[in-house]
Design a protein around this ligand. Structure first.
Ligand code: ADP
Ligand code: MG
Length: 449
C-alpha cells in the first residue's frame, strides 16, 4: 500500500467515526509526507491543525493506522509550508467555520428530518391514499385524531417518504414543536450507548421531552427485549401526555414476530394504514413527476414502457428511471424505446429470474476476484480483499434486500453503519466508473445464469 492509499484508507475510517464538521475541519488538506518502518509524518496545513491533531486526535489516528499497519508506532505532524508565517486570521476563520458547521449539524440532528421529502412530491394513488390522508390529518390535529398512527408496507413503497413528509409539514406549521424522527435501529443504538455510558436517565429524559415522535422501521425492535421495554415506557409517557406518535413497519403489528403483546396492543390502539403496490397509473404519475424534477424530457411511450416493465416497488422504479437518464446522458443517447429497452434489459431480466442466496453471492464474488469466502467474511483489511468485500456487500443489499444490521452480522459482525456507508459508496462510484459497472454486471450475470 503506498502512502496515498494508506492515508485514504485511514480517512475513510475516520469519516465514519467523526462528525462531518470535525472531519472536514481537521483532515482537509492532510496527507502523508513521509513514512519509515515505524513512523509516519503527516503534513498539515497550519499550526492550529497541528496542535489540534496532536492533542485531540493522535490516539484515534494511531489506533486507526494500526488497524491497517501494526508496525506504526509514532506520528509526527508537520506544517506543510513552514515559510509562511502562521496567520491568526486564518485560524480564526477555521474556528468560526467549524463552529458554524457544528451548529448546523446539531440543528438538523435534533429532528433528523430531510427537507427533500414533502407531501408535494408524494404522488397519491389508490395504493397509498389512506396512509397519506391519515398522515395529513395528523398534521392538522396533533396527538388526538390518530394516535399512534401506524403505517406499514413493503420495502421501497414510500413509508420513509411519508413519515418524513409528515414531520416536515408539522415543522412548517408548528416551528416550536420538538419533533424527533428516528429509526428503531438508531433508538436501539442510542439506548445501548446510554447503558454503556451510564446515561440511561438522560436518554429517557431526552425522549420524553419530545412533542412528536416518529419511529421508522419499528420491526427492528423485534427480539430486542430491553429496547422494547424502554420503548414501551417512552411510548406510554408520550401517549399519556397526548403527544403524537407515528410509526412505520414492513408489516402490521400483529405480524411482527417477538414483539411484546403489550406493544402490539398499543400499536393496534390507534390508526393503522397500509401502503400497497402502486398500480400502473400511479407508476406513470410517479415517473412523470420524477422526470420533471430532474428536468429530463421523456416521452409518454417511454414512461409507459418503464412503468409496464418495472412493477416491483417505487425505489426500483426510480432506480430504473435514473439508470435511463444517466446512461442517456453519459452515452449521449436519445431516450427512445429501443435505447430504454437496452438499458433496462439487465434490470428487467433480474426481476424475472430466480431468487439467489447469500452464499451464492459470496461464492460468485470470491470466484470472480479469486479470493476465499473466508477472506470476505473475516476482518482482513488488505485492499485486494476490502474491495471485493464491498462489492459483495453491495450485491447482498441490492439483490437480497437484507437489512444493514443483518448483512453486518452475517459478514463477521461488522457495524451496520459500515455496511450502509459501503452500499452508498459503491452506488455512487458506479455512476462514474464504467469498469465497476461492468464487473458488477458480470457477477450478476453469473448469479442469474
Ligand atoms: P420505504 O421507506 O417504504 O422503503 P421510501 O419512502 O424510502 O420507501 O421510498 C423509496 C423511494 O420512492 C423514495 O425515493 C421515495 O421518495 C420514492 N417514493 C415512494 N413513494 C412515492 C410516492 N408516492 N410519490 C413519489 N415518490 C415516492
Ligand atoms: Mg424506509
Amino acid at each position: 500500500m503506498d502512502n496515498k492509499q494508506l492515508w485514504d484508507t485511514l480517512l475513510g475510517e475516520l469519516e465514519l467515526s467523526l462528525s462531518k464538521a470535525n472531519f472536514t475541519t481537521w483532515f482537509k488538506n492532510t496527507y502523508i509526507l513521509d513514512r519509515s518502518e515505524d513512523s509516519v509524518s503527516i503534513s498539515v496545513p497550519n499550526g492550529f491543525t497541528k496542535e489540534w491533531l496532536e492533542n485531540k486526535y493522535n490516539k484515534l489516528i494511531l489506533h486507526s493506522l494500526n488497524n491497517i499497519d501494526q508496525k506504526i508506532l509514532k506520528i509526527q505532524y508537520i506544517i506543510g509550508n513552514p515559510q509562511v508565517q502562521e496567520n491568526i486570521i486564518e485560524n480564526k476563520k477555521i474556528i468560526k467555520e467549524y463552529k458554524k458547521q457544528e451548529k448546523e449539524e446539531k440543528g438538523s440532528k435534533l429532528n433528523n428530518l430531510n427537507p427533500k421529502y414533502t407531501f408535494e412530491s408524494f404522488i397519491i394513488g389508490s395504493n397509498n391514499e389512506l396512509a397519506q390522508a391519515a398522515c395529513m390529518a395528523v398534521t392538522r390535529n396533533l396527538g388526538h385524531i390518530y394516535n399512534p398512527l401506524f403505517i406499514y408496507g413493503g420495502v421501497g413503497l414510500g413509508k420513509t417518504h411519508l413519515l418524513q413528509a409528515t414531520g416536515n409539514e408539522i415543522l412548517k406549521n408548528y416551528p416550536d414543536k420538538k419533533i424527533n424522527y428516528t429509526s428503531s435501529e438508531v433508538f436501539t443504538n442510542e439506548l445501548i450507548f446510554a447503558i454503556v455510558n451510564r446515561k440511561v436517565e438522560e436518554f429517557k429524559n431526552s425522549y420524553r421531552k419530545i412533542d412528536i415522535l416518529i419511529i421508522d422501521d419499528i420491526q427492528f425492535l423485534a427480539g430486542k427485549e430491553k429496547t422494547q421495554e424502554e420503548f414501551f415506557y417512552t411510548f406510554n409517557s408520550l401517549y399519556n401526555d397526548n403527544k403524537q406518535i407515528i410509526l412505520s413497519s414492513d408489516r402490521p403489528p400483529q405480524a411482527i414476530p417477538t414483539l411484546e403483546e403489550r406493544l402490539k396492543s398499543r400499536f393496534q390502539g390507534g390508526m393503522i394504514a397500509d401502503i400497497g403496490y402502486p398500480d400502473y397509473e400511479t407508476r406513470v404519475a410517479i415517473l412523470t413527476s420524477k422526470a420533471l424534477e430532474k428536468n429530463f424530457k421523456l416521452s409518454e411511450d417511454v414512461i409507459s414502457f418503464i412503468a409496464s416493465n418495472i412493477q416491483s416497488n417505487i425505489r426500483e422504479l426510480e432506480g430504473a428511471l435514473n439508470r435511463v437518464i444517466v446512461e442517456c446522458q453519459l452515452r449521449n443517447l436519445e431516450p427512445n424505446i429501443a435505447n430504454t429497452t437496452n438499458i433496462l434489459t439487465s434490470l428487467t431480466n433480474i426481476q424475472q429470474s430466480k431468487i439467489m442466496s447469500f452464499d451464492e453471492i459470496l461464492k460468485a464474488v470470491s470466484d470472480f476476484y479469486n479470493i476465499s469466502i473466508n477472506d470476505l467474511i473475516q476482518k482482513n483489511r488488505k485492499k485486494e480483499i476490502v474491495y471485493p468485500r464491498q462489492i459483495a456487500i453491495y450485491l447482498i443489499r441490492n439483490e437480497l434486500k437484507y437489512s444493514y444490521p443483518n448483512i453486518g452480522s452475517k459478514l463477521g459482525g461488522r457495524d451496520h453503519t459500515t455496511i450502509m456507508y459501503t452500499c452508498d459508496k459503491i452506488k455512487k462510484e458506479m455512476e462514474n466508473n464504467e469498469n465497476l459497472r461492468q464487473e458488477i454486471n458480470i457477477i450478476r450475470e453469473k448469479l442469474y445464469k
